[in-house]
Unconditional design. Structure first.
Lengths: 284, 284
């Protein structure tokens, strides 16, 4: 494994953040990062050959996530953003142990944002089966004094990937899930935390279905803020930045399944066309 | 790799068929096999850590399927049944090349059954994205003189796995897909071929949605018949069979993700409780 330093004598390079997800959802986090820290290099890794993580066990998700983290470090990432709720919830500690650089997940920043937004101190979290079973959000929110209801919504990711973003079927499915989530103790909840990076694409439908007093919070923006606040000193200044103007970010994408599909589906999440994609096989 | 012979001197063993699927769907094929060939040993491999295959590329599916076939041979399988439409459609030739024993997939037997059932010589096939993109069923059916319409139905597998087997949402989704499939040239179709081993669980809903003159055919039974007809001579007689009574089949299951989940979800597909599951990691 090659660990590249930021500025080697005679070999200047851009400060580099590695962003990891099981597939496409993490591109919503990358989008928020690009808005907040535009002048550096990003390496995005989507483990599309093995997605989804959300229905898989702790051991399997941890193994996959550690491989991805090592890959990004080997390509020069100096900081890792685990832009996948399932991988963060199930394997953040393992990823930190396996990495030489700082690692930030989406759960803590998401919990911060939800706790700030909830006047009733009562939050509903929706996510994949594995994220909910890990109770990572429950623990993070309870430690901030919140009452928490968690609800797994396994059909929402496939609906997003089918492109049924504002479809009546998606609205019905969301209504079934939210009705179950917001019953009994959760009637007092005033925050719906989107514990999956696919869900921001469903915000219009969720806004329609959720009660008007419920704020919808996703962790993409708060994660980007946490990254901006905590990046190491040497990443604050870009030795290659053009002093005349704010440099454009440099983007490089890696996918374990088809490049063509990554280009096609990924653009929907990132909000603009995706180029510069490389196919990689992770040997276990 | 260990290749076990059927009857080694001093070491009699049951004739053994290896059944492979990306996850649970292939258990509907195993169920049909158990009815037709009950007195042998079955090794079932579910690649649950890497499912679903249906949205992935040819290269990825072929690599995974070949690894699984090799694993089953190394555990003593003398014949392989590829009980996964996507793996059959995308990688049957690669699996055959990589295997020492006979290999049977689900596409040809399914096409046989559909062709026999269609008086109008006009068949609609539904399956995963990858199966439909491969046009394996189109080729198999056209070579039997059929007119073919293919339709990818990516939400049906997640709906089955959510357990929404006879749910109003599933009925709506099925209606949307079948309305699209049975339009224009396919109005003359009188057969709906279920090109995915998850779909037999949706037969009640599909029966409700499809026009009354349309026969619904799945490849599980026809594949089991093809296996019974083509198994090698040495597998016809079981040296260990109890002459007094028809021996019970021996079943052994392998899963790449959680055993507990395999036990829980698998029973739904096999129709009875599942024991004797071993977790395996496939090193690539």
């Amino acid at each position: 494994m090659v660990h590249t330093n930021i500025v080697q004598p005679g070999k200047l390079r851009y400060p580099t953040i590695g962003v990891f997800d099981s597939g496409f959802g993490g591109l919503t986090v990358l989008k928020a990062l690009l808005e907040q820290i535009p002048d550096i290099e990003y390496l995005y890794f989507g483990d599309t050959a093995r997605l989804p993580y959300g229905s898989k066990s702790v051991e399997t998700v941890a193994r996959y996530a550690v491989e991805a983290a090592r890959f990004l470090e080997s390509r020069g990432a100096q900081m890792l953003v685990i832009a996948c709720n399932t991988a963060t919830a199930l394997a953040l500690d393992q990823i930190k142990s396996a990495s030489k650089c700082p690692v930030i997940g989406v759960v803590e920043p998401g919990a911060d944002a939800a706790a700030s937004a909830s006047h009733m101190k009562n939050v509903v979290v929706i996510g994949t089966e594995a994220t909910v079973a890990s109770h990572a959000y429950r623990k993070a929110l309870e430690s901030r004094g919140m009452k928490v209801t968690e609800k797994a919504c396994p059909l929402l990711v496939p609906l997003v990937e089918e492109g049924w973003i504002e479809h009546s079927v998606t609205e019905q499915v969301a209504r079934i899930y939210l009705d179950q989530a917001f019953q009994e103790s959760a009637r007092q909840s005033d925050v719906l935390l989107l514990g999956c990076t696919h869900y921001p694409l469903l915000k219009p439908v969720l806004r329609q279905v959720a009660a008007p007093h419920v704020a919808i919070i996703d962790s993409a923006e708060s994660t980007a803020r946490a990254v901006a606040a905590s990046r190491p000193q040497e990443m604050l200044t870009n030795p290659l930045a053009d002093p005349e103007r704010r440099s454009a970010p440099r983007l490089k994408f890696f996918a374990t399944d088809s490049i063509e599909k990554f280009r096609r589906l990924g653009a929907r999440f990132l909000g603009h066309p995706i180029e510069n994609i490389e196919h990689v096989d992770l040997k276990e």
